[in-house]
Structures are given as structure tokens and as C-alpha cells.
Design a protein around this ligand. Structure first.
Ligand SMILES: Nc1ncnc2c1ncn2[C@@H]1O[C@H](COP(=O)(O)OP(=O)(O)OP(=O)(O)O)[C@@H](O)[C@H]1O
Length: 252
């Protein structure tokens, strides 16, 4: 698999406190990479480096080399708005805008000027909702508020919103933690389908979820990656004792 993104010697500081220490990670194209590890080990911090979300945290400082298709995403020439369209994000808590279902998905294409005319915008919205596995459930009420959907539907709406700007990479920070088991299963199936077209990086606290949806897993501990490899191996025969202890529930 070609490498879509990589981080090399990534260090992140929040003020004086160092949250990541020399993290190296390659993200293969069109696969799902899971980031696991105990609370506070730096998973979300690393995820947020991949689309420069840490720029929004005043005290955060990122050091190291992070590349998308070989290009340094922290280079001065990089337009961060454009970067975040290429590397989209889905958050823990579904966060639809207080707008209609249609406008939630149309928002990105509107601000990025990605459509030729009204019919084209409609087509983008419909395709994105279909890819997010939500279209059939909402096609008759596209003008109703996105906030009126169920939690699982809202999260798929947020995935449709991310997809609408044709991202290459989708970052997901515990996307199912606010969902019930049925909605979680639907979103997990969706993630599995999405990897045909997108590179996905997911932070999860659920070992079962990491095992179900990812092909590659990176285990974080105290701001470092202690082990990374094919998910199957990580969960059946890990090399590092900390991985073994974590996946068997002995800590974290
Ligand atoms: N905005 C911030 N300001 C200060 N410290 C922060 C900030 N965000 C994260 N940290 C610290 O950085 C470290 C790593 O946090 P991070 O959220 O990346 O961990 P995590 O592995 O994603 O944890 P969790 O699984 O609990 O979400 C923690 O010690 C945390 O307290």
C-alpha cells in the first residue's frame, strides 16, 4: 500500500508540557489505521496534527515532519483551509450545524466553491448522503434541521458533510463513543466501505472496534508509539508487553 501520510519525529508541547515524544507513523492509503492506548497517551493530539487542528489551540506547538502525499503540511505555503478539506475530520460528539440536513452537507462545497450550479450542488449532497449510508432515511426531509436526527444519523450526517468536499483522508476521533450499539454497528460498516475511496485514521477506546474496522493499529503509551503493525497481529500476537496488557484490559 502506498503511504498517504506520515509523521516523523513528531513532538507536541502544550505550554511546558510535552504530550508527544518523537512519534513516527506511516498512514497507508485506502486503509483504516486505528490509534489505541490508555487515556491521555496522545492519540487525539497526534490525530489533530494530521490536519493542523492543533493550530487552533493557542498553547500547542508542533515539531517534526508531517507529510501528505510527500508534501510538508506545516510548510508556510500550505493553505490550512484547503488542507482541512483534503484531510477532513469527524468528532466524538456528532456536531451538525443548526441548519437543514441539505445545508449541512452543502456547507463545505459552498465555502470552497466546489459546484457549477444548483443541480450540481444537489448531486454532490445526494452522493455524499448516499456514501454516508443516510440518503434513504432522509431523502424526504432534506429541508428539516440536522439536529432533529438521531445520534447515529447525526454522526452519518457529519460523515456526509466531511465527504462532500471530496477529502482524501478522514480523521475520526472516537466517532462512535456517543452512539448506541446499533448506530455504532452502522457507522462501523460505513467505515469499512469508505476505505475503498478514502484513507481513514480512527482513534478508539474500543478494542473490538479497532479489531473490526482497522487493518493497521498503532499503540500509544505516555506520548510514544510503543508498537505498530497489522491489526490482526497486534490483537493476536503483539510484540510489546504494554500492547498485550492494554488489549487484554490489564490497564487503561
Ligand atoms: N488543549 C490542551 N491543553 C493542555 N494539555 C492538553 C491539551 N490537549 C491535550 N492535552 C494533554 O496532552 C496529553 C495527551 O492528550 P490527548 O487528548 O492527546 O490524549 P488521548 O490519548 O487522546 O486521551 P483520551 O483517550 O483520554 O482522549 C494529556 O496529558 C492531555 O492532558
Amino acid at each position: 500500500m502506498p503511504v498517504k501520510m506520515f509523521g516523523r519525529k513528531v513532538e507536541v508541547f502544550y505550554g511546558q508540557k510535552q504530550a508527544l515524544h518523537g512519534v513516527d507513523l506511516e498512514i497507508p492509503e485506502r486503509q483504516v489505521t486505528a490509534l489505541i492506548g490508555p487515556s491521555g497517551c496522545g492519540k487525539s493530539t497526534f490525530l489533530r496534527c494530521l490536519n493542523r487542528m492543533n493550530d487552533t489551540v493557542a498553547i500547542a506547538r508542533v515539531v517534526g515532519d508531517i507529510r501528505l502525499d510527500g508534501e510538508d503540511i506545516y510548510d508556510k505555503s500550505i493553505d490550512v483551509v484547503e488542507l482541512r478539506a483534503r484531510v477532513g475530520m469527524v468528532f466524538q460528539k456528532p456536531n451538525p450545524f443548526p441548519k437543514s440536513i441539505f445545508e449541512n452537507v452543502a456547507y463545505g462545497p459552498r465555502i470552497h466553491g466546489l459546484f457549477k450550479n444548483k443541480a450540481h450542488l444537489q448531486e454532490i449532497v445526494e452522493t455524499s448522503l448516499k456514501r454516508a449510508g443516510l440518503f434513504e432515511e432522509v431523502k424526504d426531509r432534506l429541508d428539516e434541521p440536522g439536529t432533529g436526527l438521531s445520534g447515529g444519523q447525526q454522526q452519518r450526517l457529519c460523515i456526509a458533510r466531511a465527504i462532500a468536499v471530496s477529502p482524501e483522508v478522514i480523521l475520526m476521533d472516537e466517532p462512535c463513543s456517543a452512539l448506541d450499539p446499533i448506530a455504532t454497528a452502522t457507522v462501523e460498516e460505513l467505515i469499512d466501505e469508505l476505505k475503498q475511496n478514502y484513507t481513514i485514521v480512527i482513534v478508539t477506546h474500543s478494542m473490538q472496534q479497532a479489531a473490526r474496522v482497522s487493518q493497521r493499529t498503532a499503540m500509544f503509551h505516555l506520548g510514544r508509539i510503543v508498537e505498530v503493525g497489522p491489526t490482526e497481529k497486534m490483537f493476536s500476537n503483539p510484540d510489546d508487553k504494554r500492547t498485550q496488557d492494554y488489549i487484554t484490559g490489564r490497564f487503561g
